[in-house]
Design a protein around this ligand. Structure first.
Ligand code: ADP
Ligand code: MG
Length: 232
């Protein structure tokens, strides 16, 4: 049923379309009619003061939070037409999410953290091992495979999280202040990886950042202010 209703229209060149998105928390309007389009392979930086609604927008895009009104489409699929099951599937298959605080499982090694995600999306054991090894190598952490998160530096943890976010070859990466808790050198390494991975695979990126230098890996910068987007 999913296959009939959800099509892959990424050849349309629009990876993400947000139209008149509105969201209130209680009586507080947080998104006040957001319009945004991201092309396939495009990297967009989202800036704006704390509390302006950036994380809420990302959560709505990946379907964790429902909109009150408006529309979000991923690769031509409107989220509002999907059942919860279809929404989960679309999110699992098309989106990679990277957070400021990494969200690694503390009792699993770097390898196992990535493998666990591969298992969740249904990749078979023999393929998993190869894929996880490849991704660890790609983010420069082959020699850290058996380390647990607390034995990794912040930058290494974020690179594990990045490898994990790529396991299902997503079409869109949502990165919410991914370098917010890293020093400049580690932050730059993560940003360069985000850039080269998006270029290699034609993956679009929506990168929330406070830091103007991080925007250099992006094609354009948009700013959120009081629940509205300013697009230049
Ligand atoms: P940003 O990421 O730009 O710092 P957020 O999207 O996290 O901003 O938050 C925007 C506003 O929405 C803030 O006022 C925040 O307190 C509020 N908010 C965010 N999530 C929730 C929630 N689950 N319930 C109630 N209010 C929320
Ligand atoms: Mg936030």
């Amino acid at each position: 049923m999913f296959d009939k209703t959800v099509t892959d229209n990424y050849h349309d060149k629009i990876a993400l379309q947000v139209r008149e998105a509105r969201k209130d928390f209680g009586k507080v309007p947080v998104l006040k009619g957001i319009n945004l389009e991201i092309q396939v392979g495009e990297r967009v930086a989202l800036m704006g003061p704390s509390g302006s609604g950036k994380s809420t927008l990302l959560n709505c895009i990946c379907g964790i939070e429902p909109l009150d009104s408006g529309e979000i489409s991923l690769g031509g699929n409107s989220l509002s037409n999907l059942s919860n099951h279809e929404l989960d599937k679309l999110r699992r298959e098309k989106i990679g999410y990277v957070f400021q605080s990494f969200h690694l499982l503390p009792t699993l090694s770097a390898f196992e953290n990535i493998e666990f995600s591969a298992q969740l999306v249904g990749i078979k054991k023999n393929q998993r091992l190869e894929l996880v090894s490849h991704l660890l190598e790609r983010v420069g952490l082959s020699n850290r495979a058996s380390h647990f998160p607390d034995a990794l530096s912040g930058g290494e943890r974020q690179r594990v999280a990045l490898a994990r976010a790529l396991i299902h070859k997503p079409r869109l990466i949502l990165a919410d202040e991914p370098t917010g808790s890293l020093d400049t050198a580690n932050g730059n390494q993560v940003l360069e990886l985000l850039k080269s991975l998006s270029e290699e695979h034609g993956v679009s990126l929506l990168l929330v950042t406070h830091d103007h230098t991080s925007t250099q890996i992006c094609d354009r910068v948009i700013t959120m202010k009081d629940g509205n987007l300013e697009i230049f």
